[in-house]
Write a protein that binds this ligand. Structure first.
Ligand code: GDP
Length: 171
């Protein structure tokens, strides 16, 4: 299907916070997933309508490279948004947010839309990071914020859609 806009998203954050799961949930029905072995990433696409315009989202996943902090320049290039994910049941992944944000700012400047995602909020009994801590971090750094569960689908669609809206409002 033809489209008027193409938005590239990248998903970043520590290993096992749920990046691939979020991507799979969001792509669910219109599933197209590919792998670019030259740069070692997975990506998927999904098309949506916003303000009566066809918008194609191309979403890149690190395919495990974050383990070695070896994400290359080409991963960041041309991205309109980043989904920066932590796990609400692992404070250590929240404590890494500054490092990820520095990487982002270094590679992408300050113009991009950043959606902070506190994932795994279905695991309420194991929670280590309060929702208000996510909200505060986002407010301090000019990010948008959602808590999600890639397991129950809660707010997953909304997080990706809100990101698209934020990009659209800036163009
Ligand atoms: P990635 O390394 O950041 O891509 O993380 P994965 O998507 O591979 O997820 C790591 C593990 O966490 C897997 O076992 C997932 O099934 C699990 N997981 C991911 N998201 C959620 C969630 O929202 N809730 C729960 N309970 N488990 C999740």
């Amino acid at each position: 299907m033809s489209y008027e806009y193409l938005f590239k998203y990248i998903i970043i954050g520590d290993v096992a916070v749920g990046k691939s799961s979020l991507l799979m949930q969001f792509l669910d029905k219109q599933f197209t997933r590919d792998h670019d072995s030259t740069i070692g990433v997975d990506f998927g696409t999904r098309q949506l309508t916003l303000d009566q315009k066809q918008i194609k989202l191309q979403i890149w996943d690190t395919a495990g490279q974050e383990t070695f902090r070896s994400i290359g320049r080409s991963y960041y290039r041309g991205s309109a948004a980043a989904l920066l994910v932590y796990d609400v049941t692992k404070r250590r992944t929240y404590n890494q947010l500054n490092t990820w944000l520095e990487d982002l700012r270094r590679h992408c400047g300050s113009h991009m839309v950043i959606m902070l995602i506190g994932n795994k909020n279905d695991l309420e009994d194991q929670r280590e990071v309060g929702k208000e801590e996510g909200e505060d971090y986002a407010a301090q750094h000019g990010l948008i914020f959602k808590e999600t569960s890639a397991k129950t689908f809660a707010e997953v669609e909304e997080a990706f859609m809100l990101t698209a809206k934020s990009i659209y409002e800036k163009i």
